[in-house]
Design a protein. Structure first.
Length: 433
């Protein structure tokens, strides 16, 4: 009798809802949304014998019953307490989380534009990030970043001055491959997320039915917009109530710097004379590595990275040659010094320096606003040193919780010389998600 009453109630609800039957693009969006939940998870034993009385009304009227059941069983069969979400929801969740630490050109960010100023290295980087996906609802797998990097001179980078391209200016190109992010739950968190998802879809359908959606958009664009709205509602709710225990992701990176202007040195081969020879040097480098990321719902997070590096080097940069300061006299007055110029005494040599480096970054104070970082770099070959750094990273967020300014106070040792400085990363523009 109870089942008959439930079926009658469900039939009546469907009849009433049919008066506001959602458009096809909404039905397709909801159906695809449930089809994409846990799509990357291996599941060869899905049993679709589910009691139809537990299927929500909103799922029935959108025709997403089959994919809803598949998603439900996938989640129930998961043994690792992993919250199964669509690629779009994972993109939206990790986009802002990962971008919380951007203090060098090699760091990963999902925002479309960013700038990094390093006083310790005296460099400025301006770059943009580009998406390679064909469909906006697909997982973000590859990101390409390009930008301009140059030495900071007189408090800013001069690109073109007095008719000449300035020294130490070049293009930076970076490729990222991003793995499958995972979000883990405990207790009743997954059940709350599933219930909210159904309620959010019902709310969005009602809004869409009464709102006039622009006719300028194609059916595919409307479907994508609705799909991404579900993902945003889901992620916002999960963040607000911290309905997860741990999130983790990983990525691989390859970065190269291609100089377009040479770094120039004046070399004094014989210190008994004042005749100098100008040497041009192009400081290219290639870096490849991997990063693993964890964040807990308590706000604590950490990154562990390892890199292999190859760079063009010389014995001026390694401070092997002796540095001299020579006066430049006025042609009109041999007693008047116009300027002092820096020269290097000895035989100028170029060579390749390989190195291995590792870095650890953690945000654990004041809900992840700042924390601690450390790094080590071992070089090999003619320039054989062990360098290190310690830092205090900060991540400041806007009112929407997006990281807008990241900076790091740094104390570092390079070739037994100590430096204190600050690295500042500005991220702006929309997220790629």
């Amino acid at each position: 009798m109870k089942k008959i009453f439930t079926l009658l109630l469900l039939s009546f609800s469907l009849l009433m809802f049919a008066q506001n039957d959602p458009p096809k693009y909404i039905k397709d969006a909801v159906d695809k949304y449930y089809r994409d939940i846990g799509i990357n998870e291996k599941d060869n034993s899905i049993n679709k014998l589910i009691d139809s009385t537990i299927i929500p009304q909103v799922i029935m009227i959108t025709g997403a019953k089959s994919n809803f059941i598949t998603a439900l069983v996938r989640q129930q069969n998961d043994k690792g307490s992993k919250l199964l979400l669509t690629p779009s929801a994972l993109n939206q969740f990790f986009a802002s989380e990962i971008s919380s630490y951007v203090t060098s050109s090699k760091d990963l960010t999902f925002q479309k534009a960013y700038a990094v100023l390093s006083t310790a290295d005296e460099t400025l980087f301006l770059g943009g990030t580009f998406d390679t996906r064909k469909d906006e609802t697909d997982a973000v797998r590859f990101l390409i970043t390009t930008g301009v990097k140059g030495k900071v001179d007189d408090d800013f980078t001069s690109i073109y001055k007095n008719g000449k391209l300035q020294n130490d200016l070049g293009f930076n190109i970076k490729f990222h491959y991003i793995g499958n992010g995972s979000i883990y739950y405990e207790g009743e968190q997954e059940e709350k997320m599933s219930t909210f998802r159904e309620n959010a879809i019902e709310k969005l359908i009602k809004e869409a039915v009464y709102d006039n959606v622009s006719d300028d958009k194609t059916t595919k664009e409307k479907q994508t917009d609705f799909y991404k709205k579900i993902a945003k509602e889901e992620v916002d709710y999960m963040r607000k109530f911290r309905l997860y225990n741990l999130s983790t992701d990983h990525w691989y990176s390859v970065e190269t710097y291609i100089p377009v202007s040479a770094r120039q040195y004046e070399i004094l081969n014989d210190i008994s004379t004042t005749q100098v020879k100008k040497e041009n040097f192009y400081p290219w480098y290639i870096t490849a590595g991997a990063t693993k990321y964890w964040k807990w719902s308590s706000g604590q997070s950490c990154y562990i990275s390892g890199f292999g590096n190859i760079k063009n080097n010389n014995n001026v940069e390694t401070e092997t040659l002796t540095k001299y300061t020579l006066p430049v006299y006025s042609p009109q007055n041999s007693f008047l010094i116009e300027e002092n110029k820096t020269v290097y005494g000895g035989d100028f040599q170029k060579f390749i320096t390989p190195s291995l480096s590792a870095e650890f970054v953690s945000f654990f104070i004041l809900d992840g606003i700042f924390g601690f970082s450390s790094g080590i770099d071992k070089t090999f070959g003619k320039y054989d040193t062990l360098n290190w750094k310690l830092g205090i990273p900060f991540s400041l967020k806007d009112k929407e919780g997006k990281p807008s300014v990241n900076f790091e106070l740094v104390w570092k040792e390079v070739n037994k010389d100590h430096f204190v400085g600050i690295n500042i990363g500005f991220t702006f523009g929309k997220f790629i998600q």
